[in-house]
Design a protein around this ligand. Structure first.
Ligand code: HEC
Ligand code: HEC
Length: 321
C-alpha cells in the first residue's frame, strides 16, 4: 500500500466505497482488485489496548521509570531493585547475627557441643570452602596432586582445631612471619647429593613405603644423614616441619619411583595462601570446624585451646607491628 495508491483511490471515489459482496465500507486500499474492508477493531482487542495504556501510566507513577540525571524518577512507592536486594540481605544478616554473636564468644568446644552453633559453623564452613578452597583442595576436600586430602587423618601440619586454625590464618610458605615454614632442599638441582646417592635414597624410600622388598644400605645411611631430621628416623614424618610420612600409602606428590626421584631432585615447596587478611575471623572459625569435621580431626586438649587463644592474640599484636 502506498500513498500513491491511496490518492488514486480517494481521487477517483470521493465519498464512501462500498464493497458489493458484503455491503461493508472499504478502507480504500486495493491490491490487484482485492479490497480491504473497514471492519471495526474487535472489542476485546480495544479493551486490552486501553488497559495496557492505563497500566503503563500507573506504572510510571508508582515505580521508577523515567531516566533523569543520576538515576530515574523514584515513583510513589520508592522502590528500587538495589533497595529490595539490600532489604533481603538485611534479613539474612539479621538472621545470621543471632548466631554470630553467640558464635564469636563461644570456644571451639562450646561450638562442638551446641547443635545450633555447630550447624551454623558447618553450613558457613561448607559455603566458604566452596568459594575459597575447592579450586585447590577439590570439591569435597579430597585433594589432588600437590594439594593434600583434607578428609583423611594424614596431616602435614596437624589435625587439631588449633593446628588447622593456625594453618588457615597464616598459610604455608605464604610469606608472612607466622606462616608454616620449612623447605626441603633440592638435593639434585643444588648438587647436595650425586645422582647415585639420590638413586640409593629413593631405593630406601621405596623400601620404607613398602613398595619393594629389598632395602638399600647406602640409601638408608643417606636417609639418616640427610632426611631423618625432617622426615623422622623411620620416615614416619614430622609435623614440626610439615614433612610427610613416607611410610604410609598416602602421597602428596606421588609414590612411584620416578615421582619420588623428582621430589628429591627438585624439591616441591607447595604454597597455601594465608587467609587472615582475606576472610573474616568468623569465617575462618567456621572453616576450621568444617575441616576438622571432614574427617581425621584430632582432639584438642585444654592446652591447645589456650594456644588457639594465643593465635588470636598474636594476630592482634601483628596489627600493631
Ligand atoms: C592455591 C591453592 C590453595 C588454596 C586456594 C587453598 N589451599 Fe590449603 N593447601 C594448599 C597446599 C599446596 C597445601 C600443602 C602445602 C604443603 O606442602 O605443606 C595446603 C594445605 C592445607 C592444610 C594443611 C593440611 C595438613 O595436612 O596439615 C589445610 C588444613 C588447608 N590447606 C586448608 C585450606 C582451606 C580451608 C582453604 C580455603 C580457605 C585452602 N586450604 C585453600 C593449597 C591451597
Ligand atoms: C628441611 C626438611 C626436609 C628435609 C631435610 C627433607 N625433606 Fe622431604 N619433604 C619435606 C617437606 C616439607 C615436604 C612436603 C612437600 C612440599 O615441599 O610441599 C617433603 C616431601 C617429601 C616427599 C614427597 C612425599 C609425598 O607425599 O609426595 C618425599 C618423597 C621426600 N620429601 C623425601 C625426602 C628425602 C628422600 C629426603 C632426604 C634426601 C628429604 N625428603 C629431606 C621436608 C624435608
Amino acid at each position: 500500500m502506498s500513498d500513491k495508491n491511496n490518492q488514486n483511490h480517494t481521487g477517483k471515489g470521493k465519498g464512501k466505497d462500498i464493497d458489493h459482496a458484503t455491503g461493508i465500507e472499504t478502507t480504500g486500499h486495493e491490491w490487484d482488485g482485492i479490497k480491504e474492508l473497514n471492519n471495526p477493531m474487535p472489542r476485546w482487542w480495544l479493551w486490552v489496548f486501553f488497559i495496557t495504556i492505563i497500566w503503563s501510566v500507573w506504572y510510571w507513577v508508582v515505580y521508577p521509570s523515567w531516566p533523569v540525571p543520576g538515576g530515574a524518577t523514584l515513583g510513589t512507592k520508592g522502590y528500587t531493585q538495589e533497595g529490595a536486594l539490600k532489604e533481603s540481605q538485611q534479613e539474612i544478616f539479621a538472621r545470621q547475627q543471632v548466631y554470630l554473636d553467640k558464635f564469636q564468644q563461644a570456644s571451639f568446644d562450646e561450638i562442638l557441643n551446641d547443635q545450633e552453633l555447630y550447624r551454623f559453623a558447618m553450613t558457613g564452613g561448607a559455603a566458604a570452602f566452596k568459594d575459597n578452597c575447592a579450586t585447590c583442595h577439590g570439591a569435597g576436600g579430597a585433594g589432588q596432586t600437590g594439594y593434600p586430602n583434607l578428609n583423611d587423618d594424614d596431616w602435614l601440619w596437624g589435625g587439631r582445631l588449633s593446628d588447622i586454625s593456625q594453618t588457615l590464618h597464616y598459610g604455608i610458605r605464604a610469606g608472612n612471619m607466622d606462616t608454616h615454614l620449612s623447605q626441603m632442599p633440592a638435593f639434585g638441582k643444588d648438587k647436595l647429593l650425586s645422582r647415585e646417592e639420590i638413586e640409593a635414597v629413593v631405593d630406601h624410600v621405596m623400601f620404607i613405603s613398602g613398595q619393594v622388598k629389598a632395602d638399600s644400605e647406602h640409601g638408608a645411611q643417606i636417609f639418616a644423614q640427610q632426611c631423618a631430621a625432617c622426615h623422622g628416623e623411620n620416615g614416619q614424618g614430622d609435623r614440626e616441619f610439615g614433612a610427610p610420612n613416607l611410610t604410609d600409602k598416602i602421597w602428596l606428590y606421588g609414590g612411584d619411583r620416578h615421582t619420588v626421584y623428582e621430589t628429591v631432585y627438585n624439591a616441591r615447596a607447595g604454597v597455601m595462601p594465608a587467609w587472615k587478611d582475606r576472610l573474616d575471623e568468623n569465617t575462618i572459625r567456621q572453616l576450621t570446624i568444617y575441616i576438622h569435621q571432614l574427617g581425621g580431626g584430632e582432639q584438642d586438649d585444654m592446652a591447645m585451646e589456650e594456644e588457639a587463644g594465643d593465635v588470636r592474640e598474636r594476630e592482634d599484636n601483628a596489627g600493631q607491628l
